[in-house]
Design a binder for this molecule. Structure first.
Ligand code: NDP
Ligand code: 2IT
Length: 448
């Protein structure tokens, strides 16, 4: 019999061999698998039934051609993806990413993470992810609409409110969800509200879904601080990105009394010692769809830096909210040297493994995305619940539900880390909570 450690190493090796070149997927699997050694020791039945091996193999992977016509009448071709990773706990659930960097390895890493994240929410949702290598930047509304219509013309046959329910991610917001929903409705002859989440509030969307990931992230960070006898009020923060997650994280941080002095996009970081103005961010990024550097034209107190210079700014809290592997070991060293005591991930896998190690060694509180950014998908599940009951809740009630969910997620991850002898290790806590819930359901279902 191989030791548990050898068995885990073999699982990782097999994933690398069978999914060649998909480096982000390998990284996500390694991070989870390596933390599960104590769980397999406690639950030999998980190893016996090859639960980790089965979880690492997506239940289904769909890859399809997306042809569309640009404004000049030229034919364009993109590649669309939907990976239904695991449906042990509910219908496939997870966002769609439209970004030129998208390929199967990115969608699989995101889908894999989503399985555990969704389990951690405690809601009845399985894990999935999808998207396309389409770049919405610089495209007209008409081009985005034609792309979304073509994308849905293939994808619709794989979806359904109790089969697979996509939502937004990078490059996919309410505008894109609108075009996708419109095409789904037209092709299927069904007003099936629960087939997509992140819809506009006037056509079946939940209030708070737009704010949910950012707000939830800050609620989670708040719980992490409370566990250390600290509070958000008065803390100086930097937030990377300036999209959906970043904007509403900044807004909630400010509501709780923190001072947010910097954010970024892929071209620049903006440092504004007077405090980032969220109204300007919303106008620039959501309404005008402009680059962040224009922020400094409106606010003379602000200056533009290189995007990566964000992590050299002195702060007490850092929230990476842009994309995967954006916070490197060198950035972690700078944050530690400058007095940062908390990092919580709004993005999926934004912190490299080497950076996580350095932060943990320096006793920086670290909130992994699977737990810290789960408020977005949890509120998607609340949207599904409202759609199923043909109801619409108030902003206040929905936000209260989100807040309770984030408190419970923190509590569960904190407890699990302590149960396995590593109090304060949220990476381990989150992986254990998520894995155990999926594993128990898979055991109950037999070999499927
Ligand atoms: P948006 O498209 O709204 O914003 C993305 C932001 O990140 C933009 O500022 C963008 O800058 C920046 N960014 C994206 N890709 C890169 C890159 N390769 N290099 C540098 N900067 C980049 O996306 P979201 O805010 O929705 O998503 C941000 C992160 O949060 C992602 O990791 C996503 O998976 C994760 N997430 C999102 C949830 C949601 O509900 N939307 C839920 C949970 C996690 P630019 O405009 O220049 O590209
Ligand atoms: O990464 C994520 O959790 C999301 N992009 C949100 C998924 C969802 O279904 O709301």
């Amino acid at each position: 019999m191989p030791t548990i450690r050898a068995r885990i190493d073999q699982i990782i090796e097999d994933v690398i061999r069978r999914n060649r070149g998909e480096t982000e997927f390998h990284q996500a699997v390694r991070e989870v698998a390596e933390s599960l050694e104590p769980v397999l020791r406690k639950h030999p039945e998980y190893a016996e039934h090859k639960i980790i091996e089965r979880i690492c193999e997506p239940e289904r992977q769909i890859i399809f051609r997306v042809p569309w016509e640009d404004d000049r009448g030229e034919v364009q071709i993109n590649r669309g993806f939907r990976v239904g990773f695991n449906s042990a706990l509910g219908p496939y659930k997870g966002g769609l990413r439209f970004h030129p960097s998208v390929y199967l390895g990115i969608i699989k890493f995101l889908g894999f993470e989503q399985v555990f994240k969704n389990a951690i929410t405690g809601m009845p949702i399985g894990g999935a992810k999808g998207g396309a290598d389409f770049d919405p930047k610089g495209k007209s509304d008409g081009e985005v609409m034609r792309f979304c219509q073509s994308f849905m013309t293939e994808l619709y046959r794989h979806l359904g409110e109790i089969t697979d329910v996509p939502a937004g991610d990078i490059g996919v917001g309410t505008r894109e969800i609108g075009y996708l929903f419109g095409q789904y409705k037209r092709i299927t002859n069904r007003y099936e509200s629960g087939v997509l989440t992140g819809k506009g509030p006037h056509w079946g969307g939940a209030l708070v879904r737009r704010e949910a990931t950012g707000y939830g992230l800050v609620y989670f960070a708040d719980e992490m601080l409370k566990a250390r006898g600290e509070a958000i009020d008065g803390k100086t923060c930097v937030v990377s990105g300036s999209g959906n997650v970043a904007i509403y994280a900044i807004q909630k941080l400010q509501m709780l009394g923190a001072k947010v002095i910097a954010c970024s996009d892929s071209d620049s970081a903006v440092l504004d010692p007077a405090g980032i103005n969220v109204d300007t961010l919303i106008k620039l990024k959501e309404v005008e769809r402009k680059r962040l550097r224009h922020y400094a034209e409106v606010h003379p107190t602000a200056r533009c830096l290189e995007p990566r210079a964000l992590w050299t700014i002195s702060c007490e809290m850092a929230l990476p909210c842009a994309t995967q592997n954006e916070l490197h070991a060198e950035d972690a060293r700078n944050l530690i040297a400058n007095g940062c005591t908390l990092v919580a991930e709004g993005a999926n896998m934004p912190t490299t493994p080497a950076a996580i190690r350095l932060l943990s060694e320096a006793q920086v509180a670290f909130g992994p995305g699977k737990a810290a950014n789960a408020g977005g998908v949890a509120t998607s599940a609340l949207e599904m619940q409202q759609n199923a009951s043909r109801d619409a809740w108030t902003f206040e009630y929905t936000e209260r539900r989100l807040h309770e969910i984030m408190r419970r997620i923190h509590h569960d991850c904190h407890e699990a880390a302590s149960e396995f002898g590593t109090p304060g290790n949220y990476v381990l806590g989150a992986n254990i909570v998520g894995f155990r819930r999926v594993a128990e359901a898979m055991l109950a279902f037999g070999l499927i």
